[in-house]
Write a protein that binds this ligand. Structure first.
Ligand code: APR
Length: 322
């Protein structure tokens, strides 16, 4: 049986950690690619990871390279290439540099791995997914962004800390863009089926929501660079759902037109926003629609409008990506 092939572009903190989780879960063979100047880093990290195999008991092959020919026949390509945040920076501050990087990566992905499902992790996420879509020309089902898996994990972590219970028992949902205006939905949050508002006060839930929203910034302040363990873990959760065709429902940045009223009736003019999706071997197989109540729709609309502004900035700086 052919093993799945997972290529990770960018062998920095997020990329190498993606390779780590993917190998540890034995999801397939992994190619770790970086620019020629950092080929040694990609090769070194790949070899280092391979040497965990006998201890951790996996047979995944991990290969480092700077040659895009090595990503041929990938089932999934994860794009982590790009600058991370420094203290005081928002994700949006990275836009010009990272569009250029993601653009050159996407050209190569389209050329060398034309059948792959692409998962973008580089920030600002919502603009980078758009860039990858425009440049590759892949169908929208094969372009996804990783954001919600991480944001939900952060929210679940903070709730579990408050409750003193296992993170495994907490189910939660966050929608919208991958920014400080993401939309947490406490109404869809429960602990082993028990609505969260029966276990925690509104004040405590709001505190967890707020901490999840700025969870990335908290880590940038502490470390001087952006997070990578949980972002990589969230990414590999998506990769696993795809390579195992699990049909998991996970929040991802996925293309929406009529869905969530993003661009109703405007064919080809939609945007990638954080929504629950069914993930399987075809990539994004379905967007799951949630019925909003109260001010949830207003919060979602505000978040969508931020995504549109970001994409507007990309189009202004790079008119050929419009
Ligand atoms: N092609 C391939 N790799 C590239 C390219 C390129 N054109 N340009 C840069 N890279 C590589 C860098 O050489 C580096 O190894 O991308 C890697 C980025 O690694 P880090 O600097 O460690 O950044 P990391 O923390 O991994 O974050 C990467 O993911 O979560 C996001 O905000 C984060 O945008 C950032 C991205």
């Amino acid at each position: 049986m052919r093993r799945a092939k997972i290529s990770v572009i960018g062998a920095g903190n997020v990329g190498a950690t993606c390779a780590h989780w993917a190998a540890a879960k034995e999801l397939g063979d992994i190619v770790l690619l970086d620019i020629p100047e950092r080929e040694g880093v990609a090769k070194g990290k790949a070899l280092d990871l391979m040497q965990c195999g006998p201890i951790e008991e996996f047979d995944s092959k991990v290969t480092g390279t700077s040659d895009y020919k090595d990503i041929a026949d990938s089932d999934v390509v994860v794009i982590t290439a790009g600058l991370p945040r420094k203290p005081g920076m928002s994700r949006d501050d990275l836009i010009t540099t990272n569009v250029k990087i993601v653009r050159s990566v996407s050209e190569n992905v389209a050329k060398y791995a034309p059948g792959a499902v692409v998962i973008v992790v580089s920030n600002p996420l919502d603009a980078m997914v758009y860039t990858a879509w425009k440049v590759t020309g892949f169908p929208t089902s094969r372009i996804l962004g990783q954001a919600g898996a991480l944001d939900v994990a952060r929210f679940r972590t903070f709730l579990a800390m408050e409750l003193g219970c296992s993170v495994e028992d907490i189910q939660a949902l966050l929608l919208g863009g991958h920014g400080d205006d993401m939309v947490p939905l406490p109404r869809f949050t429960s602990v082993h089926g028990i609505p969260i508002n029966q276990l925690l006060s509104k004040e405590v839930i709001d505190r967890c929501v707020q901490r999840a929203k700025v969870g990335g910034g908290e880590i940038v302040q502490l470390m001087g660079t952006s997070a990578y363990y949980a972002p990589a873990s969230g990414t590999i959760q998506m990769v696993e759902a795809i390579v195992k065709d699990k049909k998991r429902i996970l929040p991802c940045a996925a293309y929406c037109e009529n869905e969530y009223g993003v661009a109703p009736g405007q064919k080809g003019q939609g945007y990638f926003v954080g929504v629950p999706c069914v993930l399987g071997s075809a990539g994004m197989e379905k967007v799951v629609q949630v019925q909003f109540e109260g001010d949830e729709k207003k919060l979602m609309d505000e978040s969508i409008s931020h995504v549109k502004d970001l994409v507007g900035t990309v189009r202004k700086i790079f008119p050929d990506l419009a």
